[in-house]
Write a protein that binds this ligand. Structure first.
Ligand code: ADP
Ligand code: MG
Length: 540
């Protein structure tokens, strides 16, 4: 989000059209001046001549203004789309471990609420300010040509208003930041109650939840009320300020006309342009506090994107050659120590079964091997190289993760299996067969093109696991890490699929499972017991 300036380069198009509009307005003002002058001196020929130009410029203003409005809307659309896209790309730069720790809702909130505010209070306001400056400069130029004294007054107005705007933006800034934080939490709460729909209904928790929701909504609305209250106050001061400006301006102009310093035609032109003195000043006074108020939101967004630990990975990774070794590895979630001084050696091509009590740290051990988290102490050495130093992108492409929580995209079975990479149909069918997914494919007439609905609503838990297993097999990974992958399969299919995985030559398999399928037990080379913060080999 830093270097926001680059988003605004595209504004040059709007700026050029603004200058065109300003130029036409400038010509129009002097055509009016000449027309009125001709009329007060009773010169018909000159009158018609100038009036003709007056009409031409007035009509030319219309398409120029339409073009301006169109370009303004288009520019806002482009800037916001780019900012949002860059934001999401930056989210994917976050470390997995840190992303898991955060409340996801803050990203949702940034991409919805915060970007709405950025659009209205930042991007639109920056364009408004540029527009105001162009209009103001043009009006000042026109009026200066009529009478330079009025220029001095104009400058006085600008200084006065800048001071007022800066002072009045202070309290709003703090409230906007607090509101944006509140919206993040509020969104998280809503997401939680909606995903707990079943539990709430079946346990008669509706009243409690509704009460809680009312309290939270009241708080959020109250914050908005406070912001609106302060804003109305600021607008009231500014309105009084503008009336004053207009009165002072008209007073000076009338005085100068009586003194014979300017012509009557000059009064007409100043009155016609007064809007472009008062209007821009009001636009700027409104825009400046809004722009400053968004600063807090940008800071918060930048904060959500920041990785606390930035570690430069320097080593590539082709394939596992010998082993993955854990040397005195300890790991804690915050203060909760899960593994302590773990020493293990996983050899290439061997098959390991990881067992242990629930909550013992089996999944955590896998997360360390998957490079989602780094050990707090000790090292994981992959072919004698520290896993911390190995580039994520290389490592991830060589391991297959078959997890408990399987995410399915709302897309065809094919794309859910290939994850949008190119594989031949032959390869896909081979993986399907070995993952025991054949029945599922033949059951549907559209086969691989069968559409999986919203995160797998139309597919069973067991079928989901098989999709995950087929995905793992398909990318020909040489390291397969499974976490309770067979838990939702019947023992017969689980045994068959597990056996086919354990038969893969040269592939290192580390399977975390709380159920041991006796038929396959002998196919494992070793069993690892994770318990009491330790992980030890107990030969199979
Ligand atoms: P297992 O897979 O053996 O059941 P886990 O490795 O999932 O155990 O969890 C081990 C312990 O770590 C549990 O007490 C669990 O509450 C805790 N834990 C797991 N994941 C997290 C996390 N992301 N943040 C904090 N604590 C966690
Ligand atoms: Mg687990």
């Amino acid at each position: 989000m830093k270097k926001r300036f680059r988003y605004f380069i595209i504004l040059y198009r709007v700026f050029l059209v603004m200058v065109l509009v300003a130029f036409i307005s400038f010509k129009l003002s002097f055509a009016i001046f000449d027309t009125v002058n001709a009329s007060t001196s009773g010169d018909w020929d000159a009158f018609w001549d100038h009036a003709k130009w007056m009409m031409i410029f007035a009509f030319a203003l219309m398409p120029a203004n339409i073009l301006f409005s169109y370009l303004k809307a288009d520019t806002i659309k482009r800037i916001i789309t780019r900012m949002k896209t860059d934001y999401l790309s930056a989210v994917f730069q976050k470390n997995i471990s840190e992303f898991q720790k955060d409340n996801n809702q803050q990203y949702v909130s940034a991409m919805t609420n915060d970007f709405n505010l950025i659009e209205k209070d930042y991007v639109e306001q920056i364009i408004n300010i540029i527009e105001a400056i162009v209009n103001f400069t043009t009006a000042i130029l026109i009026i200066t040509l009529i009478s330079p004294i009025i220029l001095l007054i104009g400058l006085g107005i600008v200084v006065f208003n800048v001071i007022i705007s800066t002072l009045s933006s202070k309290p709003i800034k703090k409230h906007n930041k607090e509101r944006s934080e509140m919206m993040g939490e509020y969104g998280g709460f809503i997401k939680e109650i909606l995903s707990a729909f079943h539990i709430i209904k079946t346990n008669d928790l509706e009243a409690r939840i509704v009460d809680n929701y009312r309290d939270r909504s009241e708080k959020v609305q109250h914050k908005k009320y406070i912001i609106d209250k302060i804003m109305s106050f600021i607008y009231a001061i500014q309105n009084a300020n503008f009336s004053l400006i207009f009165l002072v301006l008209m007073f000076v102009v009338s005085y100068l006309t009586i003194q014979g310093v300017i012509l009557f035609a000059g009064v007409v032109v100043v009155a016609q342009n007064a809007d472009n003195i008062v209007g821009p000043v009001s636009q700027i006074s409104e825009a400046v506090p809004r722009i400053f108020s968004v600063k807090a939101i940008f800071n918060r967004i930048d904060q959500t994107l920041k990785n606390q630990t930035v570690y430069e990975e320097t080593l590539g990774f082709d394939n596992l050659n010998t082993n993955i070794q854990l040397n005195n590895v300890s790991f804690s979630y915050d203060d909760n120590e899960i593994l302590k001084d773990v020493n293990l050696n996983f050899l290439k091509g061997k098959k390991y079964l990881v067992i242990g009590p629930s909550g013992g740290g089996k999944s955590t051990l896998l997360r360390l091997l998957r490079k989602y988290f780094a050990p707090n102490e000790g090292q994981i050495l992959v072919d004698s190289q520290n896993l911390n130093d190995i580039k994520k992108i290389d490592y991830f492409s060589k391991i297959a993760n078959i997890e408990q929580q399987i995410f399915l995209f709302e897309d065809t079975l094919r794309n859910n299996l290939t994850l949008y990479k190119d594989y031949s149909d032959e390869e896909i069918y081979d993986a399907i067969k070995r993952a025991g997914l054949e029945d599922f494919v033949t059951k549907h007439p559209d086969g691989l093109d069968h559409l999986i609905l919203d995160n797998g609503k139309n597919i069973s838990g067991g079928e989901k696991s098989r999709v995950a297993i087929a995905r793992g097999l398909l990318n020909h990974a040489e390291i397969i890490l499974l976490d309770e992958a067979f838990a939702s399969l019947d023992p017969k299919s689980a045994t068959a699929i597990e056996a086919s995985l354990l038969a893969l030559k040269g592939v290192t398999v580390i399977n975390v499972s709380h159920v041991i399928l006796e038929d396959n037990k002998s196919l494992y080379d070793d069993i690892v017991m994770v318990k009491n913060k330790k992980a030890v080999l107990m030969s199979a």
